[in-house]
Design a protein around this ligand. Structure first.
Ligand code: SF4
Length: 710
């Protein structure tokens, strides 16, 4: 069989000069595709680990030799977390990216002040001290004036314009520390406590700057003059004054209509909401005139135009807010997000909606990965995630959330685990050679003690029918076990970046893949990308909420495996039968074509003109490229459309139809204008019969309306 990726296509990237990657410890990039060399790499890792940290290495070596059997979860987690830290260090040196790994840790620490202030001040002080019933006593405008005095007199050097949230946290953090130190000092009549010199200097400096400004004196007005004779008490009192104002200000801001708008996206104020299983959507409004019409709150709406990615995911600050919320339950063997929740008799618990709380179906080491992300060690976290979930680009945010449902927090919002997982992966992919690191970890991961590196080809071949999530995941596991794998799919699957996958040249010589230095070289804009057809439902479903570049990561990773090939347009049971597969030399056939069949509505004329199967509509929209501005494909959709059903496919269909219609009529208008300009009006209308004409007229009319609105 020909190598599938031989033929054509570079996936739209420019062919720049050949990438170079110099690896340490005497390895070449091509060695990373050879199982014998991967075995050697394991030896190198072990040698370095042993030299660097003999004690931890001995524990790991024993765990590894026992294939992880018989270990208590807490002990196992400890060994793996320590070894993941070392593996991160090893990979940083191997790929020459030590500075970038250190920067990730620094960037993480940059957010720490916000997380600390949120926990120690907003949650533990402000929202414990005040309740909404106190609001009438609190005047937000006055409190805000006081805060602005502090801001201008003491903190004008902070960069308020670029990051108000962090500046606010820095102000609060200073007074939080001063308040704690002075309180301890004043209370410590009988105990020993020495006021740190830095606190004393800061308190004196703040005091003199406030007293020297006309506005700043306000914080001292109620203080007795006699206090001035005792500097410590005087400082304690004015700090208490300011601290009290900060508490009241922070609370009332959360409820003030203007103040609230300013902090709407702040992690500082993101407090876990209570879970009411029978009213799960919080941000909704009921239309005043109609009790049965609900809509999302204006500020929670995500505007959509066309087919660009609408969900850019959490930034690191938001992700760190979730990590900080996680209580690292593996330390108490309570990480139900991974293991699931069970009743005393051993049956899986159900939530009030009757949903089984199985936790992550892969038993991914979620809590342990969060623990490492908290340290800013995303690469270390990813090595743990990939022990159980090597195809993690195909999971995470927008894909699965069984873990969240089984999070220990059952009465309030769960930790947003998928956002964390996806962030951890993205941070690694965005490192120099990040894709290569991910790709290597699919073939070599010493922490995966049951299969630390891919085995050599064992001469047995498996045909996998269907290249959706089940098919490509099975391919990954079989390849690591040494099987040759051929994936067949009924859909058209485009070749992908052959320079990065490796190929057979005109002379029959195998050309090794080039390393990918920057993830940006393979990343596409969602509305401009070529529909690759790989990934089944992940490709034609999920639409604009999921970044399909992750699918490309999976595709590229598998496509560069020497013993993996894909054949598209092959219908199992039609193009190829079971006996054909045996005759072609396959030893096994695996069917991975999905669990569900499309539901055909039992009604007369259910496929008459104007009717369409929802799944067929979604596939056609994606695979014909009709959704793209520069495609001539047209699905001739007219509105209003009725979508029958209320499941995921129906929701996707409704949203996609609404987004596709404007694209369609704008394209139609553009074509009309070009034809009329180049030829004539008559020529254009001559193309349509009397049934089509009114449809064309409507498209042009709507196209003009949209153009005018733009
Ligand atoms: S995600 Fe939830 S269950 Fe899992 S470790 Fe964190 S808090 Fe515990």
């Amino acid at each position: 069989m020909d190598h599938k990726f031989h033929s054509s296509g570079n996936g739209g990237i420019s062919q720049s000069a050949k990438n170079e990657l110099t690896l340490k410890f005497g390895f070449k990039f091509t060695d990373l595709f050879d199982s014998c060399n991967l075995e050697k790499l394991s030896g190198t890792f072990n040698d370095h680990y042993k030299t660097e940290n003999p004690e931890q290495y001995e524990r790991f070596a024993l765990y590894s030799s026992r294939k992880g059997e018989g270990y208590d979860e807490i002990e196992e987690s400890d060994i793996l977390i320590n070894s993941a830290r070392y593996l991160e260090q090893f990979l940083a040196e191997f790929f020459g990216i030590k500075n970038e790994i250190d920067n990730l840790i620094k960037e993480n620490e940059y957010e720490r002040v916000i997380l600390n202030v949120k926990k120690d001040f907003i949650q533990r002080r402000v929202f414990k001290k005040f309740k909404p019933a106190d609001l009438p006593k609190l005047n937000y405008e006055n409190l805000n004036c006081s805060f602005n005095i502090l801001r201008s007199v003491l903190f004008s050097d902070l960069d308020w314009d670029s990051d108000e949230e962090r500046c606010t946290a820095l102000v609060i953090n200073d007074f939080l520390e001063l308040e704690k130190d002075y309180k301890t000092l004043i209370d410590a009549v009988k105990t020993e406590f020495t006021l740190p010199e830095s606190s004393k200097q800061k308190a004196n400096d703040f005091r003199s700057r406030l007293l020297n400004s006309s506005e700043g004196k306000v914080f001292f007005e109620n203080l007795n003059d006699k206090l001035k004779q005792d500097e410590n008490r005087y400082n304690n009192e004015y700090i208490k004054n300011i601290f009290g104002i900060l508490e009241a200000w922070a609370f009332s801001r959360y409820y003030d209509s203007k103040g609230k708008e300013e902090i709407i996206d702040w992690v500082l104020y993101k407090l876990p909401l209570d879970l009411n299983y029978f009213d799960l959507v919080h941000n909704k409004e009921i239309e005043p005139d109609s009790t049965d019409t609900i809509k999302g709150e204006e500020n929670s709406l995500r505007k959509r135009d066309g087919f660009k990615l609408t969900d850019t995911r959490y930034n690191n600050r938001q992700v760190m807010g979730e990590v900080e919320y996680c209580v690292f339950c593996h330390e108490r063997k309570k990480d139900t997000c991974s293991t699931g929740m069970f009743d005393k008799d051993g049956t899986v618990k159900k939530n009030p909606l009757g949903i089984k709380l199985n936790g992550c179906p892969l038993d991914e080491k979620i809590s342990q990965a969060h623990f490492l992300k908290d340290e800013g060690r995303s690469l270390a976290g990813l090595t743990l995630i990939m022990i159980d979930n090597p195809m993690c680009p195909g999971t995470g945010h927008r894909i699965c959330n069984d873990c969240m449902k089984a999070c220990i927090f059952q009465k309030q919002e769960p930790v947003n685990i998928p956002q964390i997982e996806t962030r951890v992966l993205t941070e690694v992919l965005e490192l120099p050679y990040g894709f290569e690191i991910y790709s290597l970890l699919t073939r070599w991961n010493p922490l995966n003690v049951k299969r630390p590196y891919e085995l050599t080809y064992n001469g047995r071949n498996v045909m996998i029918v269907g290249m959706g999530p089940a098919g490509y995941t099975l391919a990954q596991y079989l390849l690591n076990e040494g099987f040759g794998v051929v994936g067949v799919d009924a859909l058209k699957i485009e070749p992908v970046h052959q320079r990065y996958t490796g190929y057979v040249d005109m002379n029959g010589k195998y050309i090794h893949p080039e390393p990918i230095r920057s993830f940006a070289a393979i990343r596409d804009e969602l509305d401009k990308r070529i529909f690759l057809g790989f990934g089944g439902v992940s490709e034609y479903g999920i639409t604009v909420r999921w970044d399909k570049n992750f699918l490309k990561v999976v595709y590229l990773t598998l496509a560069r495996r020497k013993y993996f090939k894909i054949y598209d347009g092959v219908r199992f049971g039609g193009t190829i039968e079971i006996d054909d597969a045996w005759a072609l030399g396959f030893d096994h056939i695996a069917i991975a074509t999905g669990a569900g069949k499309p539901t055909i509505a039992k009604m007369k004329n259910n496929l008459i003109r104007g009717m369409r199967m929802a799944s067929d509509f979604l596939m056609a929209l994606q695979l014909t490229g009709a959704a793209k501005k520069d495609s001539v494909a047209n699905l001739q959709l007219r509105l209003p459309a009725v979508v029958i059903g209320g499941g995921l496919t129906a929701i996707d269909t409704a949203t996609e139809a609404a987004a596709y219609y404007p694209v369609q009529v704008e394209k139609f208008l553009e074509r009309y204008e070009v034809i009329v300009k180049e030829f004539s009006e008559e020529k254009f209308w001559a193309m349509y019969d009397k049934e089509e004409k009114p449809i064309a007229e409507k498209f042009i009319e709507h196209g003009r309306e949209i153009k005018a609105e733009r």
